[in-house]
Structure formats: C-alpha cells, structure tokens
Design a binder for this molecule. Structure first.
Ligand SMILES: O=C(O)CNC(=O)[C@H](CS)NC(=O)CCC(=O)C(=O)O
Length: 283
C-alpha cells in the first residue's frame, strides 16, 4: 500500500492520506469478477477530536469500509489525526512526520510517495457568522506546489481546504497534468453553507478535472463544528457523490477518465485560454 499525504506544515499532521489499497492480484480478481473495470474511489468524512487514537480508529474503519466497497483509493480529510481545541493544544499534539506516519502505519502500512503542504492559511474573522480562526498561529505555509501524483485512479493534484478558493492553484495543477484534484478539508459551517459546493464545482468545470474532497463533519469540541458534505464532482461539474451534513461515512465513485477526455475534447477551454491577455500589463 502507498500513502499520499497532503500536510499541514509545521504542524506536520497527516491532513490527508490517500491509500492505494489492494495488491495487483486482488485488483485483477475484482476486475474479472465485476461488470465494470472502472476504478472506484472512496471520498470520506469523519469527526476528528483531540483524541488521536480515536481518530485513527475512525479513519481505519473508513478505510476498511472503502475496501469492502471495492475502492482502490481512499480520500481522508484535513485534520484526520486531530483537531485541537486551542492553539496550545494543537501545537502540543503536533508530531514529526515520521512519528505521525508510524502512528498511521499501525493500520496503514505504507510508503509515503508525495507530500504537499497547504499554501493558503485560513486567517479569517467573520464576526457576524461566528467564525474566527487564525491558522497562521499554529501553521507555517508550505513552500511550493507539488507535481500531480500518478495513482490507480489517475493523476491526482494536491490542495488542502482553504486552497480551494484560489483558482490559480487548480489551474497550475491542471497545466501540470492533473486529472483529479483533491482538497481534504475542514470547512466551517457558515462558509461551507455559502461556498463549498459552488467552489468545488467551479474548480471541476474550469479545469475539467474530477474533484474529490474529503471533509470533516460535526462537532470536534465545544467551540468547533465542520460542514461535512464530502463531495465528488465529475469533469462536467456534476456532483456524483455527497456524504451529507451529519454523520461520518463515505461515498464510492467510479473514476471514468474517458469521460474526462470527452469533456476536454468537446469543449477545449484549456486551448482557448488567452494567457497572453492575463500575464501582461493592462495599460
Ligand atoms: O488545523 C486544524 O485543526 C485543521 N485545519 C483546519 O480546520 C483549517 C484551518 S483552521 N480550516 C480551514 O482552512 C477552513 C477553510 C474554510 O472553512 C473556508 O475556506 O471557508
């Protein structure tokens, strides 16, 4: 099994672990015994708390469920390892990448193949909506984007949560060959209600990629609740999976890269893009 992680920097937690689950032999067996040969991805949501052991158990239950459902890739949310109830607790619970991985390997033995660290930090005060978070108080942004990773379902471009709001990032990943974008997230209820689905579908439509966004859902502690609705969107912008707004769980989606090629052939927006008009002075 291989692990792909999108990480929160300097609080080096396993924000997203994407696991290729099965051996080649097992996959061949499934292919022969099922009617469709399209690979299946599991997009998950859970409620992390400050209790790491409980979070890893919840994560491994989702991985087991995904495996039973025939998935060859599992997408887990930002803050999979924990969501702290204060800056101090968050810093106190942080571990080195090696330690976090070895905690994770209790259930997911594997080799780390790519690490992406969140570029945009959520320093936001929406007083009227009761949202006040200062991610930069416990996080250092990552230094660079990373190239999309070849996986059993296609080439995956890595972003994290708030990164979703910056189309320059998804556009860059698409130009570097991404077929699937992933945004493991922990969206607030207020901003999720207003923006989550629209942003994910917009990123899918603009880049003509699948967008798979695992999410946190429900109450992490007395002061923090997440929106949920872990979502899967196809390259036409259609929602093909939604985990809802209340419980932990997963959605299983087939990843049909022929569909992506058809959408890109029929509407070649990437070839129509007038970069000469955007990267120049306007006077
Ligand atoms: O650090 C942790 O404990 C887990 N990380 C998070 O929850 C992060 C940073 S506070 N959340 C977001 O980026 C929310 C973005 C959002 O809600 C929006 O863009 O509207």
């Amino acid at each position: 099994m291989r692990l792909f992680a999108a990480l929160i920097p300097s609080r080096p937690s396993l924000a997203a672990a994407l696991c290729a689950l099965r051996s080649r032999a097992e996959r061949a067996h499934t292919r022969m015994s099922s009617s469709s040969s399209l690979p299946v991805a599991a997009v998950c949501q859970m409620t992390a708390t400050p209790d790491k052991e409980a979070n890893f158990s919840a994560g491994s239950r989702l991985v087991e469920q995904a495996k039973e459902g025939g998935a060859c890739m599992v997408f887990l949310p930002e803050g999979l390892d924990y969501i702290g109830s204060s800056r101090d607790e968050t810093l106190h619970l942080s571990e080195s990448l090696e330690v976090t991985l070895s905690a994770a390997t209790l259930t997911w033995p594997g080799e780390l193949v790519s690490v992406y660290r969140k570029a945009h930090l959520f320093d936001v005060e929406l007083t009227s909506k009761g949202v006040s978070l200062k991610e930069s108080a416990f996080t250092i942004p990552g230094p660079r984007l990373v190239p999309p990773v070849q996986t059993p379902i296609g080439k995956v471009g890595l972003g994290v949560c708030y990164d979703l709001r910056f189309p320059e990032l998804s556009s860059a990943l698409q130009r570097h060959g991404a077929e699937i974008l992933t945004y493991p997230s922990a969206f607030t209820v207020a901003t999720g209600t207003a923006h989550w689905e629209v942003l994910l579908r917009a990123r899918a439509i603009e880049t003509q990629c699948f967008v798979l966004a695992a999410a946190q859902v429900g109450a992490h502690h007395a002061k923090r609740t997440s929106f949920g609705h872990a979502l899967a969107v196809d390259p036409w912008g259609e929602v093909i999976g939604d985990c809802g707004g209340s419980d932990a769980g997963l959605t299983l989606v087939q990843i049909d890269l022929q569909r992506l090629r058809d959408v890109r052939r029929d509407m070649p927006v990437q070839r129509h893009r007038r970069d000469d008009r955007f990267y120049c002075s306007l006077d």
